[in-house]
Design a protein around this ligand. Sequence first.
Ligand code: NAI
Length: 388
Amino acid sequence: MQITICGGGNAAHTLAGLTSAHTETKVNVFVPFENEERLWQAGISKNGGITVRFPDRTTTGKPNKVSANPAEVLPGSDLVLLALPAFAHETIFEQIAPYLDLGAWVGAMPARGGLDWAATRVLRKGFQKYTLFGLQTLPWACRIEEFGHEVKVMGTKAQVELAARPVEKTREVAEILEKLLGLSLLPVDCFLCLTLANTGQILHPGLMYGLFKDWQGELYQEGPLFYQGVTPDSAKVLQQLSDEIQALRKRLEDCYPCVDFSYVRPLDEWLRRSYSTDIDDPSTLETALATNRSYAGLKAPMKPVKGGLVPDFGSRYLVEDVPYGLIVTRGIADLAGVNTPMMGEVIRWSQEQMGMEFIVDGELKGKDLSATRAPQRYGIRSLESLSE
Ligand code: NAI
């Protein structure tokens, strides 16, 4: 099987090491930037491959070719894996589209919201000739130790949801990826489920809002705890965001009675399932965050300035999770006629910090809507056409 990994960061290193460790695979890497090509090639030729270091084992694999030119690495690929932030997906789809073989499987991990609409826009009619898939999140918490040489995996999620189009392919794609990557994947009915089940869209913008909405420019000497720094007020914001998504789920269940939306879980239930043994006090949403040992010590994103630290509003917790998460869900809620005042408030505050404009007068019609994956951006105007 010929595989191309697209991306040059933590996730791409993990995927490149794991997939090329199999004898029956030929793995290429498409790195979007030329400096990444040089770093990858230097690391691989010096060390002979990429080592993925898990807490209890180590796997090493050597990719066949690494290039910043898609023409050198894409043709002939059976499986193409995008391991990049969501804001790079459409650019990468555009770069790889001319070199995709018919019948190729193309997927993103993580998918974030609205991946299927972005792929359809770029691949247009040809989209019918590929299989598209997405994972609800990246299965690993991972960091590069040395470029082109070693990546450390701190943790692996117990199970991750996967959606595919055409839907009949979902199970087959899940089985192949499970074998290749040593994961447990849960096939779900459609991309809409992935879009709504993404809890990062609640936690990250919701906690940033809770921590910094009253910030007046004062300097910090140390970044505040992110998850464990949750206050009763922030917990209320998270609860309301989660409730709004559950109201939307109910409305979609009425509209699409054949689709199973049960994976779109309330935030507290998702936390208890995902971190069952790590939470000391699961009695409320606030305590489930504050006493979660997986989140111990994780700080809010900050950047240094003269004399201290300030919140980093260029962090992916806003620039990825708002336009490719919360706004996608808000766009669906608008089509569904579901009221989402807290989503509106968190987006209003976030867009101000990011210097962008998505919502104006309560409507998704700001000048930067084209930098999101809201359904309205793709000309989707009714609930019924969401899943076409
Ligand atoms: P990273 O920052 O290590 O790598 C990002 C790579 O994306 C860059 O190396 C570059 O190759 C590419 N890229 C960045 N901006 C680009 C642009 N404008 N155009 C084209 N390519 C661009 O990120 P990482 O850690 O590999 O994360 C990938 C995705 O997985 C992100 O969505 C992240 O939020 C998610 N994720 C990562 C986790 C982790 O532990 N690393 C955990 C959970 C989710």
